[in-house]
Design a protein around this ligand. Structure first.
Ligand code: SF4
Length: 387
């Protein structure tokens, strides 16, 4: 996809590090097995991509609002590589001190000294993939870590001075009981974690997890009623303990809401680096090639590694921004109209009225909100805008 040179203003930046130590049985992300040599080769290509992007676009008015080092497993980057990457962004990309900078971290991949080093390099938020505080549930996911490793990693980040720590927790896991789930939620609270994401395990056909379940190697997840109880428990318990829900899956203490998550879903611009990374600039959306060999070929050939993309019409842009915006539980009508250049009422007035009648949305003069009932049917509601 050929894009015109783009002038960046306020934007967020995402780095996709496409390697993991072990492949989780439920994973649908773009990643492959880690080796130091492939990581080092990737990092060289990444720096080429950064150079190419700087040459291609206009960053003279650019201000970075947030950075997210994700993947894959971003914490498999060495401390030096993290420091070098962030240092590179300081010249030419509008990176200033004190913006939110998150490092996604697999438990056990960084120790206290590492956390101190990456903190000195500019990382100020750590996202730790705990998934569960019950040891017996982790092997079914093919996680390499144990619960003890999660505790150690959280403590190490805390001791290194991180005061904005995020953990992921999953429910609906094979063998998981309601008591297991309650224990995990309560551990997050007891540990004083500032930001918690709760995800329901979705089992896709052809995944390793689906095959293991099909072959009877694992106990199936709990029944739908118990899974709904798990969801409700998190929804009630986390806010009751100071972690306000601000998206479909995110809960945070006041002031610890993730800026990157909010910018991603409210239709702001973001620039992705690395294989399979997504980017958005105004009405342009694109994805870098997902193929590692192609990523290397293109960057070696001094070409941006863009795989595919579209330029959205105002209608498409509005549909996307309303659907994605609802991930943040409500949508600012003036904001999405300004970004898309389209009128919400002209395009979606009847649909919204119907969803309000059905009790799934609530509308005020300025915003549309998911209702409690709407939270249960969020995917269906989003599809009503994008289908
Ligand atoms: S650590 Fe994350 S990206 Fe890597 S395999 Fe597991 S779920 Fe996928």
């Amino acid at each position: 996809m050929a894009l015109p040179p783009l002038a960046w203003n306020h934007y967020s930046l995402y780095l996709h590090v496409p390697f993991c130590r072990a492949i989780c049985t439920f994973c649908t992300f773009e990643r492959t097995q880690y080796s130091k040599s492939s990581m080092d080769a990737f990092f060289d290509a990444l720096l080429d991509e950064v150079d190419l992007r700087e040459q291609s676009d206009d960053f003279t008015q650019a201000t970075l609002d947030s950075i997210y080092l994700g993947g894959g497993t971003a914490s498999l980057l060495s401390n030096e590589q993290i420091s070098q990457f962030l240092g590179r962004l300081r010249s030419g990309f509008g990176l200033h001190d004190d913006i939110e900078c998150t490092l996604e971290c697999e438990p056990g991949t960084k120790r206290e000294d590492d956390f101190r080093e990456v903190r000195d390099a500019g990382v100020n938020r750590v996202s730790i993939g705990v998934q569960s505080f019950s040891d017996q549930l982790l092997p079914a996911l093919n996680r390499r870590h144990t619960v003890a490793t999660s505790y150690r990693t959280i403590e190490a980040a805390h001791n290194a001075g991180f005061s904005n720590i995020h953990i992921d927790l999953m429910y609906g896991l094979p063998n998981q009981t309601l008591a297991d789930w309650k224990f995990s939620v309560n551990e997050a609270i007891r540990l004083g974690i500032q930001h918690v994401s709760v995800y329901r395990l979705i089992i896709f056909q052809d995944e390793l997890l689906a095959r293991k379940l099909g072959q009877g190697e694992l106990q199936p997840p709990a029944d739908a009623g118990t899974i709904e109880e798990m969801r409700r428990y998190a929804l009630e318990t986390l806010p009751a303990n100071g972690l306000r829900q601000y998206s479909l899956t995110e809960f945070a203490k006041p002031g610890n809401e993730c800026i990157y998550v909010q910018r991603n879903w409210d239709g702001s611009d973001y620039l992705g680096f690395g294989p399979a990374a997504y980017s958005r600039h105004a009405h342009h959306l694109w994805e870098n090639t997902v193929f590692h060999h192609r990523y290397h070929e293109l960057t070696d050939d001094h070409r941006l590694p863009v795989g595919k993309g579209i330029t959205m019409t105002p209608h498409e842009c509005l549909a996307r921004d309303v659907a994605m915006g609802l991930c943040l539980l409500s949508v600012d009508i003036a904001h999405v109209e300004r970004q898309s250049g389209a009128s919400l009422d002209e395009i979606f007035g009847r649909k919204i009225a119907q969803l309000v009648d059905d009790g799934l949305l609530r509308r005020t003069r300025d915003r549309i909100y998911l209702t409690d009932e709407g939270l249960l049917y969020a995917t269906y509601i989003m599809k009503r805008f994008t289908a």
